[in-house]
Design a protein around this ligand. Structure first.
Ligand code: PLP
Length: 395
């Protein structure tokens, strides 16, 4: 393949491969070689590449109306908002175009809520290992120091504690009196597929209630049926005040959403926030098609069953393998932690015609489409196991 075009800024370490076509869980390069996609463009194309329902909806919408402006009513946006509220129990939605923007909206709601209560220097509690995006506020909220390095001065007003540790949050409540919100992922995605202890989110909710804090959940990677529920927090009896979505919401069409409940849903008024593209007819149509597809094909149940099956497949094949530290999963968010950095595994897997990812240095991350067949799930397990074994034996 030709050299990477020098006109593209050097922000990604890219694999030397380009895909020209997709179908379900498969991607094809220009020589028609097919690759099994166990990453879904990082939790984006959850209902498969070139999903026929999405393709039809978008073709129709592209030929009808792509954009008007949020200066006018957008019925498709209203419909998508209602559907999202139905499946989440939240009350109102602000639409934007990405995950970072959804989190920016969430942070702005927390700040404004605070201003209304007269707190001068509000703090939002965030988590070590957490990831919230690359804009200045969201990278300031992100745990990984590499994401923040070189971008001083950072946005102030974040305090960081260990993830999954309710005691640490309880201690902080006694020490700081300027906290207004706790912002976290229900499962750490970029942080290495870390699933918190059972009951943790419920405890965070209780601490928020006791202290008058807002609970903000970043469901950008874990949401939209990926873990076997619409949203990962629904595995526990709890509900956030604010929740953010993006990634799988448009199956590849850029769309983000910030959902709020109760009085948080009423905080923004005209002039407080906005987005030119946010929730335009085209993007909203994509979101509606995705929600309808997930519902009609019962992909929540499917993600749960397949996730359990793949997790036990991995445990059976790799549980006793030296070099494999832990195998974790919730629905189709799967992580295999090795005892060493394993970035090279990605190109090893590419040789097996399998697309996976490594995050947090030593965690093999799988986020396959929710529409995979039993056979495809089995094939992902086989190829991943083969790649890991080859990698660990230095092959
Ligand atoms: C991907 C991701 C983001 C950032 O989303 P962008 O669309 O890249 O801005 C934020 N939070 C989590 C948990 C993510 O996985």
């Amino acid at each position: 393949m030709s050299e990477m075009k020098a006109a593209v800024m050097n922000t990604y370490k890219r694999q030397p491969i380009a895909f020209v076509r997709g179908e379900g869980a498969w991607l094809f390069d220009s020589r028609s070689e097919k690759y099994l996609d166990a990453l879904s463009g990082i939790s984006v194309c959850s209902i498969g590449h070139a999903n026929p329902d999405v393709t039809q909806a978008l073709s129709e919408q592209a030929g009808t109306l792509i954009h008007t402006s949020n200066l006018y009513r957008i019925p498709l946006q209203e419909t998508l908002a209602e559907k999202l509220c139905d499946v989440s129990g939240m009350n109102k939605v602000f639409f934007c175009n990405s995950g970072a923007e959804a989190n920016e909206a969430a942070i702005k709601i927390c700040r404004r809520h605070t201003a209304n209560r007269g707190i001068k220097n509000p703090l939002i509690v965030v988590m070590a290992g957490g990831f919230h995006g690359r804009t200045l506020a969201t990278l300031s909220a992100t745990g990984n120091p590499k994401v923040r390095e070189g971008f001083d001065p950072l946005v102030q007003g974040f305090v960081r504690i260990p993830y999954g540790d309710a005691q640490a949050l309880r201690r902080l409540a006694g020490e700081r009196h300027d906290i207004v919100a706790v912002m976290l992922e229900p499962v750490l995605g970029e942080g290495g597929i870390v699933i918190p202890p059972k009951g943790y989110l419920r405890e965070v909710r209780d601490l928020c209630d006791e202290n008058g804090w807002l609970m903000v959940l970043d469901e950008i990677q874990s949401g939209m049926a990926r873990t076997g529920r619409w949203f990962a927090w629904q595995h526990e009896e709890t509900r956030p005040d604010i929740m953010t979505l993006a990634k799988a919401l448009g199956n590849g069409i850029p769309i983000g959403a910030c959902l709020a409940a109760g009085h948080c849903a009423e905080i923004f008024t005209p002039g407080n926030h906005g987005s030119t593209f946010g929730g335009n007819p085209f993007a909203a149509r994509a979101g509606i098609a995705v929600l309808d597809y997930i519902e009609r094909h019962d992909l929540l149940a499917r993600a749960k069953i397949l996730g359990e099956r793949m997790l036990s497949g991995f445990k059976e094949a790799l549980g006793m393998t030296p070099g494999v530290k832990e195998i974790r999963g919730l629905g189709l968010m799967l992580g295999i932690e090795l005892d060493r950095d394993c970035g090279d595994l990605v190109s090893r897997a590419l040789q097996e015609h399998l697309l996976i990812n490594v995050t947090a240095g030593n965690v093999v991350r799988l986020l396959p489409p929710l529409i995979i067949s039993d056979a495809e799930a089995e094939l992902i397990v086989q190829r991943t196991v083969a790649s890991i074994k080859a990698f660990l034996s230095g092959g």
